[in-house]
Design a protein around this ligand. Structure first.
Ligand code: ATP
Ligand code: MG
Length: 581
């Protein structure tokens, strides 16, 4: 392609409010333009990269035996009502009505639609397993779209769904998809890590995420320094603590005037934060409220649940909101609600004698002689002990916290350390959470009707473009890895408009490279050399050949691999044979 005929509107200046390198470079290199918050147009250069990624994904999925379909972006509410997700999804799902006043949404994902397709057309175990995928637009009304296409509202996803008559068959396909994702990301030259993950609103039992490692990543990954364990912080668990020491101190109340935070109380009583327990109060689940027969209509107090953690630990909200009786999504009680239910201000709440359901983190349950709020303003207990001073049911002791660097790894593989990652893929073991409510059934070998086991497999195509740039850039621009580059070769012709020699040589080289099926961008624009070089650095095409009058006279041209320290000066034939080789 001739650069004079392709829209590549590069920008010299860094755009305001682009916080990460990939977003800045995608705007500056003329890859994307924002239409509205979280909505982008892809310009020719960017679209070429998307097509490269799609091709790699298609090739590897085909190798894995998946078949491509295309489902609609707009989906009827009825399907989502069957699985209960029409009400569960919340405002991330954009809903609308058609002219007949019927409810629809813009598809944030396609489990319902594919399960509907399946139940209409697949009836026998002989047709299983089957594995469908599509590469298609998704819409999620993200609360805070950010980092350009990394967290957009409209984006392209490869989503796949598999169906199986039995668990063994499912397990084999899940492993195949895991391996396939590794092959895809390797072909894109990415440095990545697969980790255990939370299943979020998609549901199911287990899942794995694939993270491109980058300091700008939104996710924290905990990995074992001496083993294979790796998990998203949302899901990561440390090894359980060893038992609890014996009680050694007597229980006493101490005045702690105006000391409300853990840091304040620990400093005031001269005790480490690891021996201070903090008590957080959250909303209870509405269902539990309805089922609680002891509650009368007059009792309008909110139903609350306490979460007890060691002072130096943080609550993991994902773990907390999954507990029975806890509101999902998690919502912290406000000061008035806490006061109304416990009769005490939040800073002095503690588990001893607290008359609401209480969950205790495993590590908090392993502390003896601890300090905690005494449920009286400005008063704490010290020398408090579980069992002796407060009963502790085994079922109330759970993993509630975020792991921290240095925690013992759960698989005994050394300690946990953190990395930052960009989630580019997520595969789920769905079990029958969609096939069951939607009554998808097949007949097995014995003529019995069975509910198929499902898997689902997502990969963020447009997010991948940004992730690739995060890992492949320098201070002057993008450095595209060859397999995903928009073009392989950039021929930069200096003085193309004025020098016959340059124009002829550049045109000839352009033809020669194209005859050899190499993708070439010819900079035939009427721009100064400085502008051309700066744009070439910014756009980041892997191989650059510069043609100018001086080089032509000497019979040698400048050849630069983007990202290499120095250019080489070589005869044209040698450059061509290197590229074609
Ligand atoms: P996140 O935690 O980043 O919101 P998710 O868990 O909601 O992701 P999935 O439902 O697993 O994402 O979607 C599959 C893939 O789609 C993700 O791994 C990611 O690559 C991509 N993706 C999800 N949300 C977005 C978005 N808002 N913008 C761009 N890509 C996205
Ligand atoms: Mg999401």
């Amino acid at each position: 392609m001739r650069q004079s005929q392709q829209l590549i509107p590069t920008l010299k200046e860094n755009p305001a409010d682009a916080d990460v390198a990939s977003h800045r470079l995608m705007l500056r290199a003329g890859i994307i333009r924002q239409v509205a918050s979280g909505l982008y147009s892809w310009l020719p250069l960017g679209l070429r990269v998307i097509r490269k990624l799609e091709n790699i994904i298609r090739e590897e999925l085909t190798t894995s035996g998946a078949q491509e379909v295309l489902m609609p972006v707009v989906q009827p509410a009825e399907l989502w009502q069957e699985t209960g997700r029409w009400s569960k999804m919340g405002p991330e799902m954009l809903r609308m009505k058609d002219r007949h006043d019927r409810d629809f949404c813009l598809g944030p994902t396609h489990e319902e639609v594919i399960t509907d397709l399946f139940r209409r057309d697949i009836h026998s175990y002989r047709q299983l397993p089957c594995n469908f995928y599509q590469i298609q637009t998704k819409f999620r009304d993200e609360i805070r779209p950010r980092f350009g296409v990394m967290r957009a509202r409209e984006f392209t996803m490869k989503d796949g769904y598999s169906f199986h008559a039995d668990q063994a068959c499912f397990d084999a396909t899940y492993q195949e998809m895991y391996d396939c994702y590794e092959r895809i990301l390797r072909r894109m030259a990415l440095d990545f890590r697969a980790v255990e993950a939370d299943t979020g609103s998609i549901g199911g039992a287990n899942s794995h995420e694939f993270h491109v490692l980058a300091d700008s990543g939104e996710d924290l990954i905990a990995y074992a320094t001496g083993g294979d364990y790796a998990a998203n912080l949302e899901k990561a668990a440390a090894a359980p603590p060893a038992g609890r020491p014996e009680a050694a101190e007597a229980l006493e109340k101490v005045a702690t005037p105006n000391q409300t935070s853990i840091a304040d109380v620990a400093a005031y009583l001269n005790i480490p934060e690891t021996r201070c327990l903090k008590t957080l109060i959250v909303q209870g689940a509405p269902e539990a409220e309805a089922q609680d027969e002891r509650r009368t209509h007059e009792d309008s107090r909110p139903r609350l649940v306490a979460m007890v953690l060691r002072g130096d630990h943080e609550l993991n909200e994902i773990k907390a909101q999954k507990l029975p009786g806890v509101a999902n999504p998690l919502r912290f009680a406000d000061d008035d609600e806490i006061q109304a239910v416990t009769g005490c201000v939040p800073g002095s709440i503690g588990p001893l004698g607290l008359k609401i359901p209480t969950y205790v983190d495993r590590d908090a349950a392993a502390v003896a002689d601890f300090v905690c709020g005494a449920n009286e303003e400005g008063v704490h207990y010290r020398g408090a002990n579980w069992v002796r001073d407060q009963p502790l049911a085994e079922t109330d002791v759970v993993d509630l916290r975020n792991v921290i660097p240095g925690d013992a790894a759960p698989d005994g593989g050394g300690e946990l350390q953190f990395l930052r990652g960009i989630e580019v893929g997520h595969i789920f073991q769905l079990g029958t959470v969609y096939s069951e409510p939607m009554q998808a059934k097949v007949l097995d070998q014995n003529g019995r009707s069975v509910t198929p086991i499902m898997g689902c497999y997502g990969m963020g195509v447009t997010r991948l473009v940004a992730a690739i740039i995060e890992q492949n850039h320098d201070e002057v621009g993008i450095i595209w890895p060859e397999p995903v580059a928009p073009y392989l070769v950039h021929v930069v012709a200096l003085n193309y408009g004025k020098s016959d020699a340059v124009r002829k040589a550049a045109d000839r080289l352009y033809d020669v490279l194209r005859e050899r099926n190499l993708e070439v961008l010819l900079d035939d624009r009427d721009e100064r050399p400085g502008v051309k070089f700066a744009d070439a650095d910014l756009i980041g095409i892997p191989h650059r050949i510069t043609i100018g009058d001086r080089g032509l006279k000497e019979g040698r041209l400048e050849y630069l691999i983007r990202g290499a320290a120095e250019a080489e000066t070589l005869p044209l034939d040698e450059i061509v044979s290197r590229l074609a080789g």
